[in-house]
Design a protein around this ligand. Structure first.
Ligand SMILES: NC(=O)c1ccc[n+]([C@@H]2O[C@H](COP(=O)([O-])OP(=O)(O)OC[C@H]3O[C@@H](n4cnc5c(N)ncnc54)[C@H](OP(=O)(O)O)[C@@H]3O)[C@@H](O)[C@H]2O)c1
Length: 341
């Protein structure tokens, strides 16, 4: 499978590292031979139709800040859309920053890949949160696959549990902690009885908070993930504007103290039943969603299997890279089963 990797940051580089370290095993265990033929960052691209030397790309990125300065294969200034349209490949791995205003640049990358007949694996929540129904339709129309395991739970297979392990059952509702940063802040407030501001500062010291913390603490990141689950797992045709969103800025220590007296705590819970909402919610300390620190946890309620909860780390470069690999193997499998059908 020939791959174009767009975005060479934490996730893109981790994915390259993962391929380097597991190359032999992937061929031996899965008959999978991925070849990254192009990598693109903000300064340009590196393209080698025979397959880039990923170790060299990683060193170039670390030393020079861009893959585009490779003396043999570098193309300074070449834009992702040019690469996606002009380079023949089976799939595009899209790992540019999440933008929930207009979904760009990821939205255009994904659409252009579909139009060029390329499958897409993305870790970028923005385009999906804003336009998932339209994107899945466009993928179907162009007879290509769209996969996005890494957008919800990073390496924790939250989407696969619902879609694959509970295959055949009917999921009637979902509730979960979908953002590690806010879970860390609320855990700190609960355990140490410190204010939101103090807990936020602790999280910032540990590097858990983006330069602009709003995406996490105002509930947008969790809402994007909720939209993706609603579309993929529950077949709802919704976007970010369908979510009622309340973040954690106004959670007071007093509210946590009151909850503790009832053996409860407050978590930022995203839920899908009739409506989609993300809001600080009181839960029992015996609830499976009572997880601390940066953990994520999601409970699926299905008609026959009942309640299933999955818990795991919701972020991390290598974790997210493992989700990309899982998605690519999934695409390979579904193409193989179509061939034999
Ligand atoms: N990090 C995680 O734990 C994690 C987990 C799950 C999902 N995600 C999602 O995965 C995506 C990537 O995350 P990340 O942590 O790898 O971000 P990152 O470290 O900021 O990397 C972003 C990459 O995208 C490139 N880029 C930005 N704008 C571009 C453009 N217009 N054209 C081409 N390349 C562009 C950047 O290029 P330069 O290198 O030249 O700046 C950089 O290589 C995000 O959408 C994020 O929300 C991340």
């Amino acid at each position: 499978m020939r791959l174009i990797v767009v975005g060479c940051g934490v996730v893109g580089q981790s994915f390259a590292r993962l391929l380097v370290s597991r190359e032999v095993e992937l061929v031996k265990n899965y008959g999978f031979h991925p070849r990254v033929i192009a990598m693109v960052d903000q300064k340009g691209a590196a393209i080698n139709l025979k397959g880039l030397n990923l170790k060299k790309m990683l060193s170039l990125k670390a030393e020079k800040g861009t893959v585009a300065v490779d003396p043999e294969f570098g193309r300074v200034g070449m834009m992702p859309l040019d690469v996606i349209e002009s380079v023949e490949a089976e799939a595009v791995v899209e790992a540019t920053p999440t933008n929930i205003k207009d979904g760009e640049p990821g939205l255009s990358h994904i659409k252009s890949a579909f139009r060029a007949g390329k499958h897409v694996v993305t870790t970028n929540k923005g385009p999906l949160a804003l336009a998932m129904p339209a994107l899945t339709e466009l993928a179907d129309y162009n007879k290509v696959c769209l996969r996005f395991s890494g957008t919800v739970g990073a390496g924790t297979p939250i989407l696969s549990l619902a879609k694959k392990c509970l295959f055949g059952d009917r999921i009637v509702s979902i509730r979960g902690i979908l953002n590690g940063t806010t879970n860390y802040i609320l855990t700190e407030m609960d355990e140490k009885r410190i204010s939101f501001q103090q807990a936020l500062e602790n999280a910032q010291k540990l590097g858990y908070v983006e330069a602009d913390p709003s995406m996490d603490i105002d509930g947008f990141d969790a809402s994007c993930k909720l939209v993706i689950m609603a579309n993929w797992v529950m077949n709802k045709k919704v976007t970010l504007k369908d979510v009622s969103i309340q973040g954690i800025r106004n959670v007071a220590v007093q509210a946590l103290e009151d909850a503790a007296k009832k053996n409860c705590t407050i978590k930022l819970i995203g839920s899908i039943q009739n409506r989609l909402k993300v809001e600080p919610t009181e839960i029992s300390r015996h609830d499976p969603l009572f997880v601390g620190g940066v953990l994520n946890a999601v409970t699926f309620v299905s008609e026959f299997a009942g309640e299933e909860t999955i818990i795991g780390r919701g972020a991390g470069g290598m974790e997210t890279a493992s989700a990309i690999l899982r998605d690519l193997l999934d695409i390979k499998q579904s193409l193989a089963s179509k061939l034999t059908a």
